[in-house]
Design a protein around this ligand. Structure first.
Ligand SMILES: [Zn+2]
Length: 205
């Protein structure tokens, strides 16, 4: 949880307790100091495209990658994602929309590429039934190719020609192969507006 320094009493107790959209692109955020009860508010510009996307999505929470490799869930309360973005321990965050399966896949693939703990990734993949078979649906949805190469899964972009000239990822499971492709395409965790795995798969080689 990110606490800011209170301008009134100097304690690190200033915390977001709410917020509202006041006009197109502006968000008012409320802060309160739990030491001296000082109140204040800020008005922030928000990213309109992000807001539209979030309105279309039914975000119920966020998973974030802790620097220790764990993936941790947080319910979507006001300011939850801002807290994660401000936290020095959080490396990356992903919204969770239970109606959109590609959310789960994107999280697992990008978290693999970012070096999240394998055991934790396996556990979440099992919980969400992200199987090798389901991976085929996801791959065709984002425009990636997924096939067996010997006894390994191989993931590539749709413009794949050969292994010398085209990026490819290999693994024991489809998820491992997609994670390896994500890393190969240069994906990096970025808490603000970084390119997603989907963006990198779509981009022409
Ligand atoms: Zn205070």
């Amino acid at each position: 949880m990110a606490f800011n320094r209170c301008p009134e009493c100097d304690a690190y107790e200033l915390k977001v307790y709410g917020g509202e959209h006041i006009s197109r692109g502006n968000y008012k955020r409320y802060y309160k100091c739990s030491a001296c009860n000082y109140h204040c508010r800020t008005i922030e510009r928000i990213d309109w495209a992000d807001l539209e996307r979030r309105k279309l999505m039914a975000i119920i929470g966020w998973y974030y990658l802790h620097e220790n490799g764990d993936l941790i869930y947080k319910r979507d309360l006001p300011g939850a994602d801002a807290d994660i973005r401000e936290s020095p321990f959080a490396v990356m965050l992903w919204p969770i929309d239970p109606k959109d399966r590609s959310c789960a896949w994107q999280l697992l693939v990008e978290a693999s590429a970012a070096g999240a703990k394998r055991e934790r990734i396996k556990e979440l993949a099992a919980k969400w039934s992200c199987t090798d078979k389901d991976a085929q649906h996801y791959a065709s949805y984002i425009g990636a190719k997924l096939f067996m190469d010997g006894n390994q899964w191989c993931a590539t972009r749709s413009d794949f020609t050969d292994l010398q000239n085209s990026p490819a990822g290999f693994g024991d499971t489809a998820l491992d192969a997609l994670g390896a492709l994500c890393k190969e395409l240069g994906w990096k965790p970025q808490k603000m507006w970084g390119a997603t795995f989907h963006d990198l798969v779509k981009k022409e080689g």
